[in-house]
Design a protein around this ligand. Structure first.
Ligand code: ZN
Length: 473
């Protein structure tokens, strides 16, 4: 501890330094004096930018970094001695000198958009609204300890960050929230989709001439309701969704993505010319929300996570009645055909390790379908894949691949996952599809898909039958 006179001198120097630049670290609110404090200012003139100030506390680590390097090249360190040092960001990293009181830098949003082209991560938006991923512009300590506390405050506009703000708009976060900081929206308009067990806070980041904001929220609510046909409840009591227009396009959702912040954050690109009717056949919002029903598989296994979301995208829309069971199977068959073509007789193993987008998604979806059917077969249709997701959710927000398989076996009451996978991996992708469809009573004629009685057609009806809730028995 420094003696009182020394501290007074340091404060005086700091005050002088601040006077000299007419700028001071903003007052710490009544909040947590031991928390790292982030003050964000959304700047609109002369163009959009984010000014970031980080007020350090005793014991703050000195190594900082941008999770995604490239967006900021200089950070200013304001020292207790009154001097300001410009620190170059090298490979995304900054070593903060001792005696630093706070850091300041600007993330030049519009300049980044000009350089990179509009992009969900580096920046995109319209009018006074902008969208950016936290990892692009938020500096953070390289090492984040479990007890690290963070406060974050946004000025200059209404922001939609992944977290629930406390009273007065202050976000109280953990250090790890700076690591997985999700998607951020600034400005725009708001609507809200309310479910019996969850709230979706939505930011609309631009103009949609043929849509009311309420149409956007009704569409997202419908998708969220469909997620509830897979799980006992919506997987998170609160999530945020940012909707960004893409000029000149009519398609409802052109692209969507979920980031594993806590809670997760979703952002979706929507054609600016879309109208309310075009959401009827949309699957992107549902697909992204269905990723919330399974744990993040670490290390990543895209064919499994995408397979789960892709399979349930069709099944959930049949359960809700948005599409008929026949239509759901048509979609599953069309997708399998799209996956089969590029697979060209290669094994599932080859497709999931080196296949393109369709191959990975639809090979995964077909395996997941088979897994769901096998679970139902071995348990006399009493247990199902929904139960596996429920079990995994009780175990945490992440799982290993092995943990996923173990959960399947636990629900099945016998070893199942590894054996089914071992059967599929060395054989040509989709080799078992025709046999499985026949057993389920899914036939394709000149008039499309027909569903007929067959050995396992009761299992099929349990998959695609109408319902409003998921695994609850
Ligand atoms: Zn996906």
């Amino acid at each position: 501890m420094s003696s009182p006179p020394v501290r007074a001198a340091a404060l005086l120097l700091l005050a002088l330094a601040c006077l000299s630049c007419q700028s001071t670290a903003r007052a710490r609110p009544s909040g947590d004096p031991a928390a790292l404090r982030y003050n964000l200012t959304y700047v609109t003139e002369p163009e959009h930018a984010l000014d970031v100030e980080v007020v350090l506390v005793r014991g703050t680590p000195r190594e900082f970094l941008f999770t995604e390097p490239g967006g900021v090249d200089t950070v200013h360190a304001w020292q207790e001695s009154g001097t300001v040092r410009a620190l170059r960001v090298v490979d995304g990293a900054v070593a903060v000198p001792s005696g630093t009181r706070f850091l300041r830098y600007r993330y030049a949003l519009d300049a980044r958009i000009r350089e990179q082209g509009p992009d969900l991560y580096a920046g995109i938006g319209e009018g006074d609204a902008r969208h950016v991923a936290g990892r692009e512009y938020l500096i953070r300590p390289r090492v984040v300890t479990p007890d690290m506390r963070v406060e974050l405050y946004v000025e200059g506009t209404d922001a939609l960050l992944p977290w629930v703000p406390a009273e007065g708009g202050l976000y109280r976060l953990r250090g790890e929230d700076l690591v997985d900081s999700g998607f951020h929206g600034f400005g725009g308009r708001r609507c809200r989709a309310e479910l019996p067990d969850a709230v979706l806070e939505v930011a609309i980041l631009g103009r949609f001439p043929h849509l009311e904001d309420a149409d956007v929220c009704a569409w997202l609510r419908q998708s969220a309701e469909e997620v509830r046909t897979v799980r006992e409840a919506f997987p998170h009591p609160y999530i945020t969704v940012r909707v960004i227009p893409v000029p000149g396009r009519r398609g409802p959702s052109l692209f969507g993505m979920v980031l594993w912040s806590s809670p997760p954050s979703i952002s979706i690109l929507v054609g600016q010319e879309a109208d309310a009717g075009s959401f009827e056949r949309d699957w992107v919002a549902l697909h992204e929300m269905l990723h919330l029903t399974h744990p993040a598989i670490l290390p990543r296994v895209p064919w499994l996570s995408e397979g789960l979301a892709t399979y349930y995208t069709e099944v959930a829309r049949a359960r809700s009645g948005r599409q008929s069971a026949e239509r759901a199977w048509e979609e599953l068959l069309d997708g399998s055909a799209r996956g089969r073509r590029p697979a060209r007789g290669r094994t599932m193993q080859e497709v999931v390790t080196s296949g393109g987008f369709s191959g990975v998604y639809w090979t995964g979806a077909f395996f997941v379908l088979h897994l769901d059917v096998e679970l139902r077969r071995v348990t006399g249709n009493r247990r199902r894949l929904d139960d596996v997701l429920e079990l995994l959710a009780r175990r945490g927000t992440t799982s290993t691949f092995g943990g996923f398989g173990a959960a399947v076996d636990s629900v099945a009451g016998q070893p199942l996952f590894d054996a089914l996978l071992a059967r599929h991996l060395p054989r040509p992708a989709f080799a078992e599809l025709d046999g499985l469809l026949e057993a389920l009573g899914v036939t394709v004629g000149t008039e499309g898909v027909k569903l007929i009685p067959a050995r396992d057609s009761l299992l099929r009806q349990a998959v695609d039958g109408r319902r409003t809730r998921g695994a609850a028995h």
